[in-house]
Design a binder for this molecule. Structure first.
Ligand code: SF4
Ligand code: SF4
Length: 426
């Protein structure tokens, strides 16, 4: 008979300190060391992803003036990033409600977007607000996240069940959101996205566990799934999420400079209580089990198929050896690092580094080290030049969630409804 356990049974074990909670990475490591791990050996696994995610917006509410003075605000920007005032007009309250897109660029700051702003808010930095009222008055004010009565991050399409690798078969380089440097042609480079075997939906592909109301971590803070996201289908499930900015950790978020503009970084960790053997069997055993499709970056036609085992193999963290650095007159890493994580004086700022590998490609003296790997394509070895997901950061978040569950700082609850994905594949 198929084995089962209930969520109250798991929660009781957690309370008694007898539950076994593993990250998917722990499980992969144990299995690759030859250990046999079965349903009886694990009560909960934690999954995670840290990646570029464009469908992010902030919902904010804060006071800008005393009541009665202003009828309503019609234009508001935060550090020059324009927001949409409303939908609540808050007539004569002096309070503004607004929605701000993570991808909107600042009108006043270079290389600054909503994603940069979200990170600055979480870091406690002062934000400059400029607001125009319907009467034509302009109010300017400096505030911090603590001054906001309401500040939540909404994700319209998060934690997609992995993504794609890209290659450029044309004979010209392309500037695209899938590269940091111009993407060279003639099938000479590959970039890819996706945390492979660690990805949440990869381990719960039919959403048997994740549902409406499932508690998760968004950028290290408590958040919730509230439905399937945009452009979902049964083969590419994703989630809509909501989470309080207060409680997030800046190392898991921010902006990432591609050769076609700024994208947002977001990190999500989700627990999977092992309620039955089917759920356990869905947990990935290796990155080789997870397919990765290779697409033409121009038009997205299919070019080939590899697996995440071809791109991830304990090669997660990028290291810097200052002894190999020769102090070039103009350091290309300082100029091209997509998260501003490197300068020659301080080396790698770990709270900003995305482990993307760009420094490994552009430093002429091999001062940076990671095995970016090559893939076989049409009989040739093609080098990977960019990882647009940070598996090292995702493992860290999955570890944080594991420890929160074990310390009873994160409760496992039954969702209120199933996630219904579009049966039609788009
Ligand atoms: S490119 Fe490499 S060697 Fe040159 S300054 Fe930068 S880190 Fe040092
Ligand atoms: S891996 Fe290198 S280029 Fe990428 S974010 Fe870290 S320091 Fe910057």
């Amino acid at each position: 008979m198929a084995k089962k356990r209930t969520l109250p049974e798991i929660n009781e074990k957690i309370k008694k300190g007898t539950a076994t909670v593993l990250t998917v990475q722990d499980l992969i490591d144990r299995l690759s060391d030859g250990e046999k791990v079965q349903f009886d050996d694990v009560d909960v696994v934690t999954t995670a992803t840290k990646a570029l995610m464009s469908g992010i917006a902030g919902i904010f509410s804060f006071r800008l003036s005393a009541p009665k003075k202003i009828r309503k605000f019609i234009e508001v920007s935060l550090n020059g990033v324009a927001a949409f005032p409303g939908p609540c007009p808050n007539e004569f309250l002096g309070i503004v409600d607004l929605i701000l897109y993570g991808t909107t660029l600042s009108n006043t700051r270079e290389e600054y977007s909503g994603g940069t702003l979200f990170r600055d808010l979480v870091e406690g930095k002062t934000i400059n607000i400029v607001a125009k009222s319907i009467e034509g008055n302009t109010i300017e004010k400096d505030i911090t996240l603590d001054d906001m009565q309401f500040a939540r991050m909404m994700g319209t399409r998060q934690a997609i069940k992995n993504y794609f690798a890209m290659i450029n078969p044309t004979n010209e380089s392309v500037e695209t959101i899938f590269s940091v440097l111009p993407f060279e042609g003639n099938n000479s480079q590959v970039t890819f996205s996706g945390c492979g075997a660690l990805n949440p939906f990869q381990n719960d592909p039919k959403a048997e566990v994740f549902g409406v109301g499932t508690q998760i971590l968004v950028n290290g803070g408590i958040g919730y799934i509230y439905g399937p996201g945009t452009r979902n289908d049964r083969l590419k499930p994703n989630m809509q999420t909501i989470a309080d900015f207060k409680g997030m950790k800046s190392e898991y978020m921010g902006a990432f400079q591609t050769s076609f503009g700024l994208e947002n970084i977001c990190s999500i960790a989700a627990p999977i209580p092992i309620l039955n053997e089917n759920i356990f069997n869905n947990i990935n055993k290796s990155d080789k089990d997870v397919p990765l499709t290779l697409l033409n970056v121009v038009g997205r036609s299919k070019m080939g198929k590899i697996t995440y085992g071809d791109v991830w193999d304990n090669n997660f963290k990028v290291k810097f050896d200052p002894k190999k650095c020769v102090d070039c007159e103009e350091c290309p890493v300082d100029a091209k690092c997509p998260t501003n994580a490197f300068d020659m004086k301080n080396g790698i700022n770990r709270s900003r580094c995305f482990n993307c590998g760009t420094c490994v490609v552009v430093c002429p003296k091999d001062a940076f080290e990671v095995d970016l790997k090559t893939i076989k394509f049409e009989g040739k070895d093609i080098p990977i030049v960019l990882r647009q997901s940070d598996r090292h950061g995702a493992i860290k978040l999955a570890e944080e969630l594991k420890n929160m569950i074990l310390k009873q700082k994160f409760k496992l609850k039954t969702p209120t409804a199933k996630l219904e994905f579009n049966p039609k594949v788009f």
